[in-house]
Design a binder for this molecule. Structure first.
Ligand code: NAD
Length: 264
């Protein structure tokens, strides 16, 4: 039987045209939530994506193309979600980018973009979503941090700084909402084989003269004891748990799902 746990709720997932965001949007739709997708990509493919998702799960879906590095576009997106669905009950701050380089060679423009998209965008969406959540006395803010919100890797200074910042922001919002029906938590994945990581696999294969499969195995062997990728479906199930009644007192956690990465 189809689950209706989140029927009548609206979830906005930033960066959900691909990868983890798409997996989380699908998991929330499967529970009956209406979905606002966001992210970049081919306009026709995106229209098919949200139309098909609506039909598959019997929910209403919409899409807004706000660039998460632009506060004024984020404000437009939040207004759009309110006009279309009467507000955002579940906010998933997922949009993110990566750039790999040593600090002294790190392009200033890439640093600024990573901080804006991976960290500041969550501040903007959250500040705009919280008043209605508090008024309804129900809400879920889920921030896609990373195992890099807990530990560092070389050559990823901007990403590690943004993700540690996002974990800190999660805790502050959790405290400010602690006596309400709104919770705020972070999910900290290890390697997930999405386009963001595929690029790192391809770069490594080219750099070290490896096949793509060997580069994938090398990437996992270095950091992730399980030797297996985490999947968007597994992360979607964790997001659903945060939204369930059993998640009501889970507040301010940075929950790693990382194949053992941070246990080392
Ligand atoms: P992805 O590249 O597959 O998806 C990123 C999404 O963000 C896409 O929909 C893209 O269009 C969107 N996006 C990028 N820049 C944007 C912008 N300026 N405005 C709006 N949307 C934008 O990446 P992913 O691996 O699914 O990553 C999703 C999140 O999970 C990111 O925050 C990432 O840091 C985090 N994460 C990923 C991994 C991993 O191994 N893949 C691990 C830990 C954390």
């Amino acid at each position: 039987m189809k689950s209706t746990m989140l029927s009548g709720k609206t979830a906005l997932v930033t960066g959900s045209t691909s990868g983890i965001g798409l997996g989380i949007a699908r998991a929330l739709a499967e529970e009956g939530a209406n979905i606002v997708l966001n992210g970049f990509g081919d306009a026709q493919q995106i229209e098919k994506l949200y139309t098909d998702m609506g039909a598959e799960f019997g929910v209403q879906t919409a899409y807004h193309n706000a660039d998460m590095s632009r506060p004024e576009q984020i404000e437009e997106m939040m207004k759009f979600a309110t006009a279309r669905f009467g507000g955002v009950d579940i906010l998933v701050n997922n949009a993110g980018i990566q750039h790999v380089a040593p600090v002294e060679e790190f392009p200033v423009e890439r640093w600024d973009a990573i901080i804006a998209i991976n960290l500041s965008s969550a501040f903007h969406t959250t500040r705009l979503a919280l008043p209605a959540m508090k008024q309804k006395n129900w809400g879920r803010v889920i921030n896609l941090a990373s195992v890099h919100g807990l530990v560092a890797s070389a050559q990823k200074s901007a990403y590690v700084a943004a993700k540690h910042g996002l974990v800190g922001f999660t805790k502050a919002v959790a405290l400010e909402t602690a006596q309400t029906g709104v919770t705020c938590n972070a999910i900290c994945p290890g390697w997930v084989l999405t386009p963001l990581v595929q690029k790192q696999v391809d770069d490594r294969a080219a750099r070290e003269g490896l096949s793509k499969e060997a580069a994938r195995r090398a990437l996992l062997a270095e950091k992730q004891p399980s030797g297996e990728f985490v999947t968007p479906e597994e992360l979607g199930a964790l997001a659903v748990f945060f939204c369930s009644p059993a998640g009501a007192q889970v507040r301010g956690v940075a929950w790693n799902m990382d194949g053992g990465w941070a246990a080392q």
